[in-house]
Write a protein that binds this ligand. Structure first.
Ligand code: ADP
Ligand code: ZN
Ligand code: ZN
Length: 731
């Protein structure tokens, strides 16, 4: 037994990442990864043991303090995860404790620590095993216990009372023991076990490719397959191969609450080898699942972003489904991306990685084309089911013909037909309130910054159009600079407006609305969807919340009110988001036998994100988008680090931003300082600086130095600085 433990304590104002040595009292068993309580100054604080040791510097021994308590029965972290935290702190410019804290699910950190739950069980004795009982109840009990201990609660459920057990105990046939019981989050799931499907030749080829690469040092695989092409079946069978080798797998999904069908499929295939980790579990359930994974009892982990830290000891495979989804990036400290963590863990374990998507991220597809990833494709749906036809409606033409409604004539007619036929429709609107852009309704011209080529944002207070990357400003034009039309307006209709219009113009419509406003309370989301599924409503109006993975066989029409809201976000990923969103929404139509159609309304029908979505053509989209990114050095053709400053007084924030900018020399490409597109959030003003370079490493070094220097300055007192490495957006 080691005498000392190195502890990283949870103190927020501690400047550096350092571990402190504490004595381990003989009464405690501490391991690397244990959560402990230690005295620190005059306080008692929690911390993590990162290493054990028998030596200390000479003369220090007398000053060392004792660890006060160990919080959990079993350590929550493994040595691998501890070293991952050190790597992560460097990679994402945060502290090690930030990372350790992020790895352990919040519910596990609740004060008090965790213990396994226990219950009383009955077990046969030797005498009992060969005994012939008299009463039928006693006989039943002996029968049930033949295959192993059964809890008293379960015996009671099957008609064996506690009295009967007591009688058997007196006879010496049964003894009572205490065993841990598992709090099972899937207990309610009555999944029928399901055999693997016979793979199609295309699916077989993907698995063969994976197997070939797994010899030696496997390359990550990008699995690019259209929706319904059988990617999930490939995941399942790849995991089964790993199970045969007694290796674990982690499957990440963008939002586990939205993918109950996916979880069911995994449980149906692998039964109790599956552990589910997500935020809706109770603390007890989560601890038990976590421990089952750590002990190697559950080799298949399925969960959202933070499940990438599951304490699987022998990892064979990591899978990210919908790898392009932005939910894989954590938007608070530590701002990590689950994809990078997965790749790092795979490297440490020599494990395989599958990144699956119907619309791969530009990052991943570029790496695949460069040969850093294997590229596997499933270009067709299973059984050659067709992808739904997509019609693009030019809203400029609508206005010209005198239709000022938010619904085009095509969408109106399609809606009437659908409702008359007793079918269902989904109307989609990606409304983002802050993104008011200025657009000519006659020619579709969008006001853009001459220097940055991003759309300008309308500021109602100053009545000016402003660029959020540089400091360019210009007055609101009276007429369109492209065509001279007076119909140049800032744009932004909400879902609520759409719902109103539906009720007014379509007597047959019984709409339901699903967006961040209606789904504020927990459970409302599921309720609204269940309602729609039962057919109590025939139109579902919503934001991107309704675009993900939903499967409604009765939906034959999907309408997109305007494709332009996302397109005109003042962000370099606007085109990519739009293409992903349109492809995903279009995938909601025609999943049943009745087929389906998709109507997309837009003021920019010629935009490549829109035309590529019409053809379900990722590759053309990729070519266009990557050419543009290359030109400006945007990712993946360059790396960005964002330095975001926020504070209650705009003047302080602006001053701090220019001070911080002064810490960088001319050798680095620096954008800004400028106000963020989201200038004010919850009463705090926001400014940003963005570092750009071809390699990430030098940016990390410069950003950390500047941040350390900044935090020593008086200007830092009222301003918060946060660093975002490879930000997903610059809003
Ligand atoms: P994706 O994950 O690409 O959307 P899925 O794996 O969910 O695709 O497959 C789509 C549908 O096709 C599912 O209903 C699935 O059960 C079925 N499917 C997948 N692979 C096969 C196969 N080899 N044979 C028959 N049906 C399959
Ligand atoms: Zn115009
Ligand atoms: Zn600009």
């Amino acid at each position: 037994m080691s005498k000392y433990a190195e502890i990283i304590v949870k103190i927020h104002n501690l400047k550096e990442d350092r571990a402190f040595t504490y004595r381990i009292p003989p009464s405690l068993s501490v391991e690397p990864g244990s959560r402990v309580l230690v005295p620190f100054g005059s306080r008692t604080v929690p911390g993590y043991c990162i290493a054990l040791t028998d030596k200390t510097a000479p003369g220090v021994e007398q000053q060392l303090k004792d660890i006060l308590a160990v919080l959990d029965e079993q350590p929550v972290l493994t040595p691998e995860l501890i070293s991952l935290a050190f790597w992560g702190a460097k990679r994402y410019l945060c502290s090690v404790i930030d990372f350790l804290e992020a790895m352990v699910p919040a519910t596990l950190k609740a004060a008090g620590g965790h213990k396994a739950k226990t219950a009383k069980y009955a077990e046969l004795t030797k005498a009992g095993a060969s005994a012939g009982a008299r009463g039928s109840k006693q006989q039943l009990a002996l029968q049930l216990l033949k295959s192993g201990p059964v809890s008293l609660t379960d015996l009671e459920k099957r008609g064996v009372s506690r009295d009967t057990v007591r009688t058997l105990e007196k006879k010496g046939w049964v003894r009572l023991i205490v065993l841990p019981v598992r709090r099972d989050p899937l207990a309610g799931l009555s999944a029928v076990r399901e055999a693997p499907l016979q793979l199609t030749p295309a699916q077989q080829e993907v698995l063969a490719q994976l197997a070939r690469s797994s010899e030696g040092r496997p390359k990550p695989m990008l699995l690019y397959g259209v929706t319904g092409s059988g990617k999930t079946e490939v995941y399942l069978q790849a995991i089964a191969c790993m199970l045969q080798k007694k290796l674990g797998s982690i499957v990440l999904v963008p939002e586990i609450a939205l993918t109950p069908q996916m979880t069911e499929r995994f449980v149906a295939r692998f039964g109790s080898s599956v552990a589910v980790l997500h935020s809706r579990l109770s603390a007890g359930e989560r601890y038990d699942e976590w421990c089952r994974v750590a002990r190697g009892e559950a080799l298949v982990v399925i969960g959202a972003r933070s499940a990438v830290f599951a304490p699987v000891r022998k990892l064979g495979l990591l899978i990210l489904d919908e790898e392009h989804e932005i939910t894989y990036k954590q938007e608070e400290v530590p701002r990590y991306h689950a994809r990078d963590i997965a790749l790092r863990r795979a490297e440490m374990h020599g494990a395989a990685v599958i990144l699956g998507s119907a619309t791969p991220s530009l990052e991943s597809y570029t790496k695949a084309l460069r040969g850093e990833y294997l590229l596997a494709k499933l270009p067709r749906r299973i059984a050659d089911r067709p992808l739904p036809p997509v019609e693009i409606v030019d809203m400029r033409e609508e206005l010209k013909s005198g239709n000022k409604s938010i619904f085009s004539r095509t969408l109106q007619a399609a809606l009437r037909d659908t409702l008359a036929a007793g079918r269902q429709a989904i109307i989609f609107l990606n409304r983002r309130g802050y993104a008011t852009f200025v657009l000519c309704r006659t020619c579709g011209h969008v006001m853009r910054c001459p220097a940055c080529n991003v759309s300008l944002k309308f500021h109602s207070t100053s009545a000016m159009l402003c660029c959020h990357y540089c400091d360019h400003q210009e007055p609101y034009p009276a007429v369109c600079p492209a065509c001279g039309s007076r119909y140049i307006r800032h744009f932004g209709a909400g879902t609520q407006k759409v719902e109103e219009e539906l009720r007014r113009h379509f007597p047959a419509a019984r709409p339901l609305r699903l967006d961040a406003d209606t789904a504020v309370r927990k459970g409302v989301y599921q309720k609204i969807l269940a309602c729609f599924r039962r057919g109590e409503a025939n139109v579902l109006v919503g934001t991107q919340m309704i675009a993900k993975g939903l499967d409604f066989p009765k939906v034959t029409l999907v309408g997109v009110v305007t494709a332009d809201t996302a397109l005109n976000l003042p962000d370099f990923r606007a085109g990519e988001r739009t293409f992903q969103m349109l492809t995903q929404v279009a995938g909601r139509a025609g999943r049943g036998a009745a087929g389906g159609r998709v109507v997309i309304q837009t003021y920019t029908p010629e935009h490549y994100a829109v035309t590529a979505a019409r053809e379900h053509d990722f590759e053309t989209f990729y070519r266009e988008e990557s050419a543009r990114r290359k030109e400006f050095g945007y990712p993946p053709f360059g790396c960005l680090v964002r330095l975001l400053l926020s504070g209650g007084a705009e003047e302080d924030v602006a001053k701090a931003a220019s001070l911080l900018a002064g810490f960088f020399g001319p050798e680095i490409e620096l954008w800004g300082p400028s106000p963020c597109p989201l200038e004010k959030v919850r009463g705090r003003y926001r400014w940003q600086l963005v570092l750009r370079g071809n390699e990430l490493e030098p940016l990390l070094i410069l950003a950390r130095e500047a941040a350390d220097r900044f935090r020593q300055c008086a200007a830092a007192a009222n301003v918060r600085l946060s660093l975002d490495v490879e930000p997903l957006h610059l809003l």
